[in-house]
Ligand binder design. Structure first.
Ligand SMILES: NC(=O)c1ccc[n+]([C@@H]2O[C@H](COP(=O)([O-])OP(=O)(O)OC[C@H]3O[C@@H](n4cnc5c(N)ncnc54)[C@H](OP(=O)(O)O)[C@@H]3O)[C@@H](O)[C@H]2O)c1
Length: 238
C-alpha cells in the first residue's frame, strides 16, 4: 500500500468540479495540494477548504493553453513547496456542435485546452519526477476518447489524443518509476455536465465528483506496479 501522507500534488482545473473534489479527497489523505485554473475566486475559496483539512495548499491562476504561463506557475509553486509527487491533468472544456456548425476558433480552443494543456503541464512537471525517480501522473480523458459521436468531433479528438499521449508517456517514463494512469469516465455530475444537459445531476442516477475522487485515491494507494481495471474507467501501467 502506497503511503500518500506528506506528498505534494498538482491538480489542474482544481477550483471546481472533478478537480476540486480530487483536491479535497487528497487533502483528507494528508497530501499537500496546489490547484490551477483561470477563475481566481473559485481557486481562492477551494484553497481555504483544502487548508481547513490540515494540509498545505496553494493556487496559480493561468491559461493552460500558454506554455510560458504554465512553466512559470510550476516554477513558482516549486519554490514555495518543493517538487511535486503527483500530477492530475484534469483541466478541460466541453463544447458540442457539428463539424459544420462549430467555428474554427472553438474547435481549436478545445484541442488546445484539453490536449495541448495536458502536454504543457506534463512537460513542465516531468523533469522533477524523473529526478526523484518516482511519481504519478493521472490524465483525465473520457468515454468520448474511446468513441466518437455526432457533435463531439473536437472534444473526442482531444480526448482520443489524451489517451494516445498518456499511453506513449506511460511507456516512456515507466523506467523512471513513474506511473501514468488514464481515466476514461462517462458522465459525472459537475457544472460542466449539467450545463451541457448531459445529466440532471441526480445522485441516484449518476456518479458524483466525490466518487471519482475516491477512485483516484484508491488507485494511488495500490502497490506501484499493480493494475486496476474497473469497467472502462481506468487503464494503467501493465
Ligand atoms: N463531468 C463529466 O461528466 C466528465 C466526463 C468525462 C470526462 N470529464 C473531464 O473531466 C475534466 C474535469 O471536468 P469537470 O466536469 O470537472 O469540468 P468543470 O467543472 O467545467 O471544470 C473544468 C476545470 O478546467 C479548468 N479549465 C478549463 N479551461 C481552462 C484553461 N484554458 N486554463 C486553465 N484551466 C482551465 C477550469 O478552471 P477555471 O474555471 O478556473 O478556468 C475548471 O476548473 C475535464 O477534462 C473533462 O473533460 C468530465
Amino acid at each position: 500500500m502506497e503511503n500518500l501522507k506528506g506528498k505534494f500534488a498538482l491538480i489542474t482545473g482544481g477550483g471546481r468540479g472533478l478537480g476540486k473534489a480530487t483536491a479535497l479527497a487528497f487533502a483528507k489523505e494528508g497530501i499537500n495540494v496546489a490547484i490551477t485554473g483561470r477563475n481566481q475566486a473559485s481557486l481562492q475559496e477551494t484553497v481555504k477548504e483544502i487548508e481547513a483539512l490540515g494540509v498545505k495548499a496553494a493556487y496559480k491562476a493561468f491559461d493552460i493553453k500558454n506554455f510560458n504561463e504554465v512553466s512559470k506557475a510550476v516554477e513558482e509553486l516549486n519554490k514555495e513547496f518543493g517538487s511535486f509527487d503527483i500530477l492530475v491533468n484534469n483541466a478541460g472544456i466541453g463544447v458540442f456542435a457539428s463539424v459544420m456548425d462549430m467555428d474554427v476558433d472553438t474547435w481549436t480552443d478545445i484541442i488546445n485546452t484539453n490536449l495541448l494543456g495536458t502536454y504543457f503541464v506534463t512537460k513542465a512537471v516531468l523533469p522533477q519526477l524523473i529526478a526523484k525517480n518516482e511519481g504519478d501522473i493521472i490524465n483525465v480523458s473520457s468515454t468520448a476518447g474511446l468513441n466518437g459521436a455526432a457533435t463531439t468531433s473536437a472534444y473526442s479528438a482531444s480526448k482520443f489524443g489524451v489517451i494516445g499521449f498518456s499511453d506513449s508517456l506511460m511507456r516512456e517514463v515507466r523506467k523512471h518509476n513513474i506511473r501514468v494512469c488514464t481515466l476514461m469516465p462517462s458522465t459525472i455530475a459537475t457544472d460542466m455536465s449539467v450545463e451541457l444537459k448531459l445529466t440532471d445531476g441526480n445522485p441516484e442516477k449518476v456518479l458524483q465528483p466525490e466518487d471519482f475522487a475516491e477512485l483516484i485515491v484508491a488507485n494511488l494507494k495500490l502497490p506501484r506496479r499493480a493494475m486496476l481495471k474497473s469497467a472502462s474507467l481506468w487503464s494503467t501501467n501493465p
